[in-house]
Design a protein around this ligand. Structure first.
Ligand SMILES: Nc1ncnc2c1ncn2[C@@H]1O[C@H](COP(=O)(O)OP(=O)(O)O)[C@@H](O)[C@H]1O
Ligand SMILES: [Mg+2]
Length: 366
């Protein structure tokens, strides 16, 4: 899958602009606040149905009233069009000019990996960011996971609503707990499978980046309690039982204190939890590694090469790591933003495309 063109109309600081992309490495250059990240964001939006920076769709409109749209053309795949007519309604998402029903129909169709500085929070902050990472990345390759998650969250909020009521129907909460346990099983099973693969690819990439000096390890927080040979029914029964035991406490706290909505990823370097012990440089490299390990994973799962979008990835990396990073990208269509090419260890003939952006307009393309 190769992106050929992106057309943006009234999207953030763009009025009407057309960009051409080529195979291999594409650079988007420009000073700060000119629209580099906005352009990557628009591509991500048209491929996944979501921005990676905000859930507030209003922020994406260039002006108060005009609709915005982003249109992507691919050389060897479907085309995608994301249109937002007004702030009140849902967007219209079209694939090959046919409107699709929901954004989950995009999942798996336009595989894409995006790394931006906000994803550093995934390694440095609390569990919420890591759960979001898991849920987003697994959903993008597995639509069923996304649907299971929707059901889980639906039953979770129904149970929580009951917990807040003065008096509730015991039978109803039992039904919710059974449903929750059923979906929890599916979600946890998938998360563990995903994490095991992610761990093995990450270890390989991290060893390469650090020249075998550090060992990165990623595990799912519950993996030890999860016995592979345990029967489906038994696990569900245990979960139902646990919810029942917790009920009194849950009523006090008015929420469900057990289940995958509270799980985490443990990320260690040489046996130490990175969130507590790692340096800034180690955090950065681990986050990059984890995103890069999605590349072989997606390729294996979907049989397609993902497009790689990298926002400001070079800052604060030393030269040897920048070189290694570019080596990993060989063979993939990549779009990288940077303020300039100073210190980027790449031969000019290896750059297929340079787009210079100034104040929401295409200043020059080389
Ligand atoms: N909805 C919007 N309408 C108009 N301009 C916007 C909108 N959202 C962001 N901008 C502008 O976009 C610029 C930031 O773009 P960004 O892509 O983040 O810059 P950078 O080139 O540093 O990555 C800022 O000038 C900001 O004011
Ligand atoms: Mg930016």
């Amino acid at each position: 899958m190769k992106i050929q063109r992106a057309k943006l109309i009234n999207y953030r600081n763009y009025k009407s602009e057309d960009f051409e992309f080529r195979e291999g490495i594409n650079f988007i250059l420009g000073n700060n606040a000119q629209g580099k990240t906005n352009l990557l964001e628009s591509i991500y939006l048209a491929c996944t149905g979501r921005s990676f920076r905000t859930n507030r769709i209003k922020e994406l409109f260039n002006s108060g009233t005009e609709p915005f749209f982003v249109e992507l053309k691919f050389s060897d795949s479907d085309d995608s069009k994301f249109i937002y007519l007004n702030k009140e309604n849902r967007p219209s998402i079209k694939v090959n000019n046919f409107e699709i029903k929901g954004r989950s129909e995009l999942f798996g169709r336009f595989p894409m990996i995006l790394f931006s500085p906000i994803h550093l929070l995934m390694v440095s902050e609390g569990p919420n960011k890591r759960r979001k990472f898991l849920d987003r990345e697994i959903s993008l390759i597995d639509k069923n996971y996304f649907i299971n998650l929707l059901y889980y969250n639906k039953y979770l909020s129904s149970r929580n609503k009951l917990l807040r009521e003065e008096k509730f129907d015991e039978r109803l909460i039992e039904i919710y707990e059974e449903k929750l346990s059923e979906y929890a099983f599916k979600i946890i099973k998938k998360r563990i499978e995903f994490t095991e693969k992610l761990n093995s690819y990450s270890q390989e990439i991290h060893s390469y980046f650090t020249e075998n000096n550090e060992k990165l390890k990623i595990t799912y927080s519950e993996h030890q309690n999860w016995k592979n040979n345990q029967k489906y029914d038994k696990i569900i029964q245990d979960y139902v039982q646990k919810h029942r035991e917790n009920r009194r406490r849950d009523i006090k706290t008015k929420r469900t204190n057990f289940g995958p909505h509270l799980h985490d990823l443990n990320i260690d370097i040489d046996g130490r939890e990175i969130r507590k012990f790692a340096s800034q440089g180690q955090l950065r490299l681990s986050a990059i590694t984890i995103f890069f390990s999605l590349i072989p994973f997606i390729e294996e799962e979907l049989g397609k090469k993902p497009i790689i979008l990298l926002d400001d990835v070079f800052s604060e990396l030393d030269k040897s790591r920048k070189t290694k990073l570019l080596e990993v990208l060989d063979g993939y269509q990549t779009i990288i933003t940077a303020t300039d090419l100073d210190g980027v260890p790449i031969k000019i003939e290896n750059i297929k495309n340079i787009i210079e952006i100034e104040n929401g307009t295409l200043r020059r393309q080389i």
